[in-house]
Design a protein around this ligand. Structure first.
Ligand code: IPE
Ligand code: IPE
Ligand code: MG
Length: 244
């Protein structure tokens, strides 16, 4: 381990891009006899702590799943509560995020969101566009299948010949174009499924599952996840580098 990393208790081999399915807010609230929205508020508070930890750990890209295309199917008051929370977060956290050198990017559709929220998202993206300490991709109104279908439609509109379609070209049509694939995907709350998150990009990601509900997933849990990552042997279908 190099000296600086040993001091901060991090492994040598860190993930460059961490993606998180922030799950379990509802069950966190229920276990305390609170309404689901209280869980979403606690989850949002936690996000601030995790972003700080990522900056401190030197992680370059963090992609968080905040609202899926399927989450529109939840009760109307939960959906509008979630929209208000995201508006509030942008209002209250933007300056600090900007000062920390965080660049905010939105991954998903703006159409369908309330116009005021759209303006706030665009403003936050614009304000932070020159920051590069941590690239924070917020997957909001995002779905992996929808992203792939949009990419296919866009390629067809561009008249791309079938034999010109490669993985590399296809990736440039995705909402995450320009971002490396996630090295590590974390899902909290004990669920072990992808729920339509980064289905193309996570083809060779390492996964880390924890029973901890998202509002309780703290810096030490993140440290455990990156340590687990550092011990993985990423073979990409080949044989272990230790065997050749
Ligand atoms: C994740 O927590 C946050 C969103 C999907 C917006 P949930 O709301 O899914 O929490 P559980 O899974 O019901 O506990
Ligand atoms: C995935 O969690 C979406 C987000 C974390 C934003 P869900 O709670 O919506 O996923 P399912 O329904 O359990 O698969
Ligand atoms: Mg859930």
């Amino acid at each position: 381990m190099d000296e600086e990393k040993t001091l901060t208790g991090l492994p040598d081999h860190m993930p460059d891009h961490v993606a998180v399915i922030m799950d379990g807010n509802g069950r966190w609230a229920k276990s305390r006899g609170l309404p689901r929205l209280a869980g979403h508020k606690a989850g949002t508070e936690n996000l601030r702590r995790v972003i700080r930890a990522c900056v401190e750990f030197g992680i370059r890209y963090l992609t968080i799943y905040a609202f899926s295309t399927e989450n529109w199917g939840r009760p109307a008051d939960e959906v509008s509560g979630l929209m208000n929370i995201i508006k509030d977060v942008i209002e209250k956290e933007l300056d600090e995020l900007n000062q920390q050198g965080v660049r905010l990017c939105h991954v998903g559709h703006l159409e369908g969101l309330d116009p005021e929220l759209q303006r706030k998202v665009m403003g936050a993206v614009k304000l932070t566009e020159n920051n590069d300490r941590l690239i924070l991709n917020i997957a909001f109104n995002y779905g992996g299948r929808d992203e792939i279908l949009c990419a296919v439609k866009h390629m067809m509109k561009d008249g791309i010949e079938p034999d010109k379609v490669t993985s590399e070209l296809f990736s440039t049509y995705l909402l995450t174009a320009g971002t490396p694939d996630p090295d590590l995907v974390i899902r909290t709350s004990g669920e072990m499924r992808i729920s339509n998150f980064l289905i193309w990009q996570s083809a060779y990601s390492e996964w880390y599952f924890t029973p901890t509900y998202w509002p309780d997933f703290d810096k030490e849990e993140l440290r455990k996840a990156v340590f687990s990552y550092s011990q993985r042997d990423r073979r990409y279908g080949k044989v272990s580098s230790k065997e050749v």
